[in-house]
Ligand binder design. Structure first.
Ligand SMILES: NC(=O)c1ccc[n+]([C@@H]2O[C@H](COP(=O)([O-])OP(=O)(O)OC[C@H]3O[C@@H](n4cnc5c(N)ncnc54)[C@H](OP(=O)(O)O)[C@@H]3O)[C@@H](O)[C@H]2O)c1
Length: 328
């Protein structure tokens, strides 16, 4: 534990940094590069010089203003959650050191990752995997922690159980397939025909092409349905759940909140995953990545200046694995 703050050589209290900001909610065109004040880490935080940023659908949703009740009207706003980079300053009580290569997710609702520097609570960061480059590490935190927390904490998936993963080839899905495999489950992955080989390679036992098969017509029963893509709801798929099965959804809505409350004491239950960045989960993911059990699938990389194109690509909902921004 470094009790005393450590200061990087080149830092200055009035220093500026490049960041992608928005001045209003809207389309990809509202994203613009700007010079803004560099954050200063407070107690329990470190300042990370961000090298790569993971792009997530949540960044797009925040940019559009769909969460403005939570993200507010104070502009300019920096969005984004996933970072990988180097610790350049450590505040009081921060147990990471200057020079550490770290990865993690900023838990704030809007995030503030799309910048050269981010001040982040150390509990939301961990030492980055050593077996992959930092651009690959940046693709992990939000999506992989969502998959882990949904399967382990919400679904309580156990070895030998069967799980259906709908949206198996996207950012969260590619991790969900592999994490379910590590947990010893039997996996039915749902994706389009073009991604069938990929999800098989990642560990799926069965692949269902949603273009050919209506999920509601499947004969199987699953202990867990992880609706990553989120285009179904509990009532529509509950006949596919085993008698004590759990359905986990990813998109907050009045319907899922009602389903969660309604099924709280039922045998078949609906859950909503709400991802939180945690040191322990990032450590778990790093160990599996470094042991070669968890592959990170990066579809495309963009430079920070091309962030609008990265968002346009995310909005196609066709990303195969993850999309990453390079800061330098
Ligand atoms: N609640 C939380 O804490 C939380 C955390 C993370 C993500 N999420 C939400 O979870 C959702 C998925 O996130 P993500 O990062 O995985 O998204 P993503 O990477 O954008 O997902 C893209 C994938 O969706 C697949 N897809 C498109 N149409 C489909 C369909 N009709 N059926 C099944 N799959 C389809 C595509 O595969 P094909 O090309 O093969 O169709 C593509 O691989 C988003 O809505 C996100 O906001 C919520």
């Amino acid at each position: 534990m470094s009790a005393l703050p450590q200061y990087g050589k080149h830092l200055h209290p009035s220093a500026k940094m490049r960041a992608v900001v928005i001045d209003r909610y809207g389309g990809p065109e509202v994203l613009r590069l700007a010079n803004v004040p560099r954050p200063v880490p407070t107690r329990g935080q470190v300042l990370v010089r961000t090298r790569f940023i993971g792009v997530n659908p949540k960044d797009v949703i925040v940019r559009k203003g769909k969460f403005k009740v939570a993200t507010g009207k104070k502009f300019p706003l920096i969005v984004g959650h996933d970072i990988a980079g180097e610790v350049v300053e450590a505040g009081f009580g921060a147990d990471l050191n200057v020079g550490d290569l770290v990865y993690g997710m900023i838990n704030d609702f809007a995030g503030r990752a799309y910048a050269e520097y981010a001040a982040v609570n150390v509990h939301q960061l961990a030492i980055a995997p050593s077996s992959v480059a930092l651009d690959v590490a940046a693709a992990v935190p939000l999506a992989a922690q969502t998959a882990l927390q949904a399967l382990r904490d919400d679904a309580r998936l156990e070895p030998g159980q069967s799980v259906m993963i709908n949206g198996a080839s996207g950012g969260v899905g590619v991790f969900a397939v592999q994490i379910a495999k590590i947990m010893g489950a039997r996996i039915t992955a749902v994706c389009s025909h073009r991604n069938a080989e990929l999800v098989k390679e990642l560990g799926a036992d069965e692949v269902v092409d949603y273009g050919k098969v209506e999920l509601v017509n499947l004969d199987d029963r699953f202990d867990v349905i992880f609706d990553v893509f989120g285009n179904y709801h509990f009532e529509k798929l509950k006949h596919l759940l085993a008698s004590r099965g759990t359905y986990v959804h990813t998109i907050p809505s009045a319907r899922i909140f009602k389903d969660v409350a309604r099924t709280f004491v039922r045998r078949k239950r609906a859950k909503l995953v709400i991802v939180k960045s945690r040191r322990g989960d990032l450590d778990w993911l790093r160990q599996h990545i470094d042991a070669g059990r968890l592959r990170v699938v990066v579809d495309r990389s963009f430079s920070l200046g091309d962030v609008a194109d990265a968002h346009r690509y995310m909005e196609t909902k066709r990303a195969r694995g993850k999309v990453v921004l390079a800061v330098d």
